[in-house]
Design a protein around this ligand. Structure first.
Ligand code: NQM
Length: 359
């Protein structure tokens, strides 16, 4: 009889508009190559359907969080985000994920890494992918995580308990600088772009410059292979200018096509991760786009309907809007991001043992 594969303790959670497998670092191999090979087998990659694993057959549902107690002062836990490929046998630590982040604080309480407060708990999280810090605050009445509540976020049916996320040090998270090319605007393939990184490396371009309106559905954009070829060409050149090297197989930079807001928000977006259209927009992606449109001269600045200072910016996306609060000091050159914050929700979906596909 073949041996029974060894199982791993795993919690499946929805974090914001993403879904992923959450692990304690101590339950995974310490060697990154061994860990990644195991995670491919857990998620069922590579396979467009991820039929033999627990991945959801889309980049937004093929995600992993690895969590441990932090050894750093003023930080409670360390969070490493890993993007597992769907069609490709890739596991990348080259980007953060602010959506999966929403589940990290509750997971840390559930696993006993952090003592719960009453009625709320604040967890200080070091995002290992970039060294940036986030604080998550969520309800824990009686010292137990309460996932139920009345916060609604676009892209998720119903309501749930709010998870308030506050970010610091996100500027240049992957590229080292907020404006990694040194310019607020560059020309690539004859198209004006802004290359920026406030937690997520993003290339912004006006939708109309790529021959679309920017109000198409993700399905329509996914069917436009010519558009994807142009986006790939833009991001390959932008990746080099942003100091990210050859980004052919990397999940970053993302590309966001912007157009004037249509639903009372600040700016309308269609984002590609990196070539598949996003069903909404990533958290740090939205923070980065919001930062860009605040900068005079940046792509999107003239299209945006900027709210009064101190008011949240509504980033419109295909399934609604994501509201982001940003404090930016524009008196310095380049401008300094002081902090950003937003609300997400998260939910524990399943807790148990996952059995990786055998070797
Ligand atoms: O930008 C998708 C998502 C993300 C990442 C992506 C994210 C972020 O929607 O912080 O949340 O950009 O690949 O989960």
């Amino acid at each position: 009889m073949p041996p029974t594969p060894t199982g791993l303790l795993c919690m499946l959670m929805r974090g914001g508009t993403s879904k992923g497998a959450y692990f304690l670092a101590e339950d995974l191999p310490g060697d990154p190559h061994e860990r990644d090979q195991l995670l491919l087998r857990v998620m069922g990659a590579p396979d467009p359907r991820q039929i033999d694993g627990i991945g959801g057959a889309h980049p937004l549902t093929s995600k992993v969080a690895v969590i441990s107690r932090s050894t750093e002062p003023n930080t409670d836990i360390d969070y490493l985000f890993l993007q597992v490929g769907v069609e490709t046998a890739t596991v990348s630590d080259k980007q953060n994920c602010g959506n999966i982040l929403a589940g990290v604080g509750p997971f840390a309480v559930e696993r006993g890494l952090v003592a719960a407060g009453d009625p709320n708990t604040s967890v200080r999280i070091r995002m290992l992918n970039s060294g940036s810090l986030a604080t998550a605050r969520f309800p824990t009445p009686g010292g137990i995580v309460d996932y139920n509540g009345d916060a609604a976020i676009s892209g998720v049916p119903g309501t749930a308990a709010p998870v308030l996320l506050d970010f610091a040090n996100t500027e240049g998270a992957a590229c080292g600088r907020l404006l990694p090319t040194g310019n607020v605007r560059d020309m690539i393939d004859g198209i004006a772009v802004t290359c920026i990184d406030n937690g997520m490396p993003v290339v912004l371009a006006e939708a109309r410059d790529l021959g679309v309106t920017g109000y198409e559905t993700p399905a329509d954009l996914a069917a436009d292979t010519q558009l994807q070829d142009r986006i790939q060409s833009l991001r390959l050149r932008a990746g080099k200018l942003m100091g990210l090297g050859d980004v052919t197989d990397a999940p970053v930079p993302k590309t966001t096509l912007v157009s004037p807001p249509r639903n009372g928000g600040t700016i309308s977006t269609r984002t590609f991760i990196p070539l598949r259209p996003h069903a909404s927009i990533g958290v740090l992606g939205a923070v980065t786009v919001a930062t860009a449109v605040l900068l005079e001269g940046a792509v999107g600045h003239d299209l945006a309907h900027l709210p009064a200072p101190g008011t949240a910016m509504a980033i419109e996306h295909p399934s609604g809007r994501l509201d982001v609060d940003i404090d930016l000091d524009v008196t310095t050159t380049p401008p300094r991001v002081i902090r950003s914050s937003l609300v997400r929700t998260a939910r524990k979906l399943f807790d148990g043992t996952v059995f990786p596909r055998p070797l």
